[in-house]
Design a protein. Structure first.
Length: 377
């Protein structure tokens, strides 16, 4: 399938990520309320990671909109959440909260240039929409890949998170969209969480943080639109360009906040050995890919424990956006990430390295080889 023919796919994906981001903003605001009034918005999954009304809500609206626009019959969506815990009798209250969030968001869909249901969706339809996203991807055909709320820990902590939607065809990521509702105007605020609203007053209908980034494979362009309340500011898209810094001494390295998700000691040694001087910028979620694409950081490294298998929805959208903005993304052996093997990035060599350019990338790959032997991973 030629990339030029993806106009409707790209347009719909950007619009639905704007809509989904607006749902997330509202749910995150509610999370700041005392737990008795926030509707019990956070649950624990089997692996103890949190899941919220926003995770299920976003998955439901993206699934519903994609099915409306492209037809539900042959639609394949690979996404993070399932309906198991949400369908249990004791989750009735939670399902009600998800339904409210979904129907509130979908009632606004026309303002985002998207269809809306004739009447509010019932619980069964919502569970169906969430449950439809149970595809496992693979080497053939077209698969939408969704992480409804990436960095859920950041989300529940009032920090960075992303809505990530990508389209894979025959194992290649053709387009990616990243909604980053807390992405600050100033890059310093990415890691220290400056209070955006105290710096100046947002103009009516707009906010000082938040954007949607998107790119189509092979165009050599990645774009950013601001997130505005109640719709899309069509005229305000700007081109993204990676940083031109190629001196490690001037480079900013970003990595996951959680030690459990990446070996901070190993990446510190790597950074040190190649002459990086700045402290790492620790940020939740795929916002790290956004930071590379926007030129706010030069390197993103993630070295998970060897027992952990990276999932395609945690990388697909970010990879195409960084690459089209001029950057490079590979595993630690310098090979492209393989999105053709199903839900997991099978065959990933040790870790993930996203860079603003070839020079830094080659230095890091070299440093990985030099230091791997002595690491304890
Ligand atoms: N033990 C582990 N090692 C590495 N990554 C992990 C992990 N457990 C969860 N993750 C992934 O790391 C993502 C968060 O990224 P980061 O640490 O960069 O903020 C999680 O996404 P979700 O929050 O969508 O589950 C999850 O997919
Ligand atoms: Mg994720």
């Amino acid at each position: 399938m030629a990339v030029e023919s993806l106009a409707t796919e790209m347009d719909t994906a950007v619009r639905v990520v704007h809509l989904a981001s607006s749902l997330c903003v509202k749910v995150q605001e509610k999370l700041r309320l005392p737990s008795s009034t926030n509707g019990g918005h956070v649950k624990s999954k089997d692996d103890d990671s949190p899941v919220t009304v926003a995770d299920w809500g976003v998955q439901a609206i993206v699934s519903w909109v994609l099915a409306e626009v492209f037809g539900g019959q042959s639609l394949s969506i690979v996404a993070e959440e399932d309906t198991e815990s949400l369908s249990k009798a004791e989750s009735l209250g939670l399902l009600g909260a998800v339904s409210n969030a979904v129907n509130e968001a979908l009632s606004e869909a026309p303002k985002y240039g998207l269809p809306k249901p004739d009447k509010p969706l019932g619980s069964t339809e919502i569970l169906e929409a969430i449950g439809r996203c149970n595809s496992v991807g693979g080497p053939k055909g077209r698969h939408w890949v969704l992480d409804p709320v990436d960095g859920t820990l950041g989300f529940v902590r009032g920090d960075q998170y992303a809505v990530a939607l990508a389209l894979i065809e025959n194992g290649k990521v053709l387009l990616g969209v990243l909604g980053c509702p807390n992405y600050p105007l100033k890059k310093e605020c990415l890691s220290n969480g400056c209070n955006q609203t105290t710096t100046s007053k947002p103009a009516a209908g707009s906010v000082l943080k938040g954007c949607v980034m998107y790119a189509k494979r092979g165009t050599g362009q990645a774009w950013m639109q601001p997130l505005v309340a109640g719709g899309i500011s069509e005229s305000a898209a700007t081109l993204l360009k990676v940083s031109s810094v190629d001196d490690p001494a001037l480079a900013t390295v970003c990595e996951p906040v959680e030690r459990a998700n990446s070996n901070h000691l190993f990446t510190a040694g790597l950074a040190n050995s190649m002459g990086v001087r700045k402290q790492p910028m620790r940020v939740y979620s795929m916002v790290k890919y956004a930071a590379i694409a926007r030129g706010d950081a030069e390197v993103f490294m993630k070295f998970a424990q060897s027992s952990y298998k990276e999932k395609i929805w945690d990388h697909a959208a970010g990879v195409v956006i960084v690459e089209e903005a001029g950057g490079v993304v590979t595993d630690a052996g310098g090979r492209d990430l393989d999105f053709s093997k199903g839900v997991y990035l099978e065959g990933l060599d040790r870790g993930i390295i996203a860079c603003s350019g070839q020079v830094l990338h080659e230095k890091i790959i070299g440093a990985v080889y030099a230091s791997w032997e002595s690491s304890s991973l």
